[in-house]
Design a protein around this ligand. Structure first.
Ligand code: PLP
Length: 353
């Protein structure tokens, strides 16, 4: 049986031989004392990339987001963000538990909302109401389908927030996918946002790590909560080196993942019973619905896995496939063929068809 084609997530990547070799010879020191030269170099590099004064290396993008929410808010405050946001759906209730904040979710379009929606969601200054404090955007939007926020929209949302005295956070876990897809530098996209989360373990292919960036005052506070949340490390340069390597080798190639995602989407669109909005596949995330096959997403996932293709269920009949650096064009073509065979067989075997 051929090797598994793992389209379940861009977190499925393994560190390449080149990345491992680079990690193995990284100079290290005590990260908690800010004496790890490799961590320091990575922090400076990402801060410059994002156009911020400073950046802080943390174990995960989840921790980066939760630290940002914690620094920007006080208990009882309200945070405005899209209903699909990772912070809302995939961080274990962290904003409630760690920061004691309310979340006010907007119904954006594929994860992207408007400045007017923000304007309308801001609470009046009234002792009955929670205090609106923070607006978060997600670039690209994960559950929105890898959607790229247009620059004007990012600016408009940051503009309303600034005028109304709110803080702003960008969950840029997949920001480099947006950079490669749009051609707009990260720094420009992050402009006007007080803090930015940057993830190394998605398309960039590192085994661990993320950063949160902002001004020096923000980072000083963030460092305190990183420690409190248990994220302060020791000789972390050994893993941070992967980030430096990824920034040199794994950014431009994200374009291949995007091209492969389009091939995958167009292929899936041809499969009977599959519904997919192929025109909206902008980066490396491909959501599709299998309701038309009469099977659940979990059922389809199990049948595909038995044939060596791993694609995750994202809902009862919704599936999510993700392209990344360990998936080639040939793998994608093979995956489409397997989906075709499996779902055609399922339809043939379905009662009443
Ligand atoms: C994956 C992801 C995260 C969390 O990343 P981890 O490093 O797995 O904690 C946060 N935000 C978005 C948009 C993501 O896609």
């Amino acid at each position: 049986m051929p090797a598994l084609i793992d389209l379940s997530s861009d977190t499925a990547t393994r560190p390449s031989p080149g990345m491992r070799a680079f990690m193995a010879q990284a100079p290290v020191g005590d990260e908690q004392r800010q004496e790890d030269p490799t961590v320091n170099a990575l922090q400076e590099r990402v801060a410059a990339l994002l156009g911020k004064e400073a950046a802080l290396y943390v174990p995960s993008a989840t921790m980066a987001n939760e630290i940002a929410v914690k620094v920007h808010t006080r208990p009882g405050d309200e945070v405005i963000l899209d209903r699909t946001a990772h912070i809302v759906n995939a961080e274990a209730g962290g904003p409630a538990l760690l920061s004691g904040v309310m979340l006010y979710t907007l119904a954006g379009e594929r994860g992207v909302f408007t400045a007017q929606q923000v304007e309308e969601a801001i609470r009046r200054d009234d002792p009955h109401c929670p205090r609106t404090r923070l607006v978060c955007v997600e670039q690209t939007s994960n559950l929105g389908g890898g959607t790229v926020w247009p620059l004007e929209r990012l600016r408009a949302v940051a503009g309303v927030a600034r005028r109304r005295g709110l803080r702003t956070h960008m969950d840029g876990a997949r920001l480099m996918n947006a950079v490669v897809a749009s051609g707009i530098p990260a720094e420009e996209q992050a402009q006007g946002y007080d803090s930015v989360t940057f993830c190394l373990t998605k398309g960039l292919g590192c085994p661990v790590g993320a950063l949160v960036a902002g001004d020096r005052e923000f980072i000083a506070e963030a460092r305190r909560y990183k420690h409190l949340f248990g994220g302060a490390m020791r000789q972390a340069g050994i893993i941070a080196a992967a980030g430096l390597y990824a920034l040199d080798h794994n950014v431009a190639r994200l374009a291949e993942d995007h091209a492969n995602a389009k091939v995958l989407a167009r292929g899936l669109a041809e499969v009977p019973g599959v519904h997919i909005d192929a025109a909206h596949v902008e980066t490396n995330l491909v959501f599709f619905d299998v309701a038309g096959t009469g099977l659940t997403a979990q059922d389809v996932a199990a049948r595909l896995l038995a044939r060596g293709v791993r694609i995750g269920a994202a809902g009862r009949t919704l599936m999510r496939a993700v392209t990344h650096l360990d998936v080639s064009r040939a793998d994608v073509e093979r995956a489409v063929a397997v989906v075709h065979e499996v779902l055609t067989a399922a339809r043939a075997g379905a009662p009443g068809e």
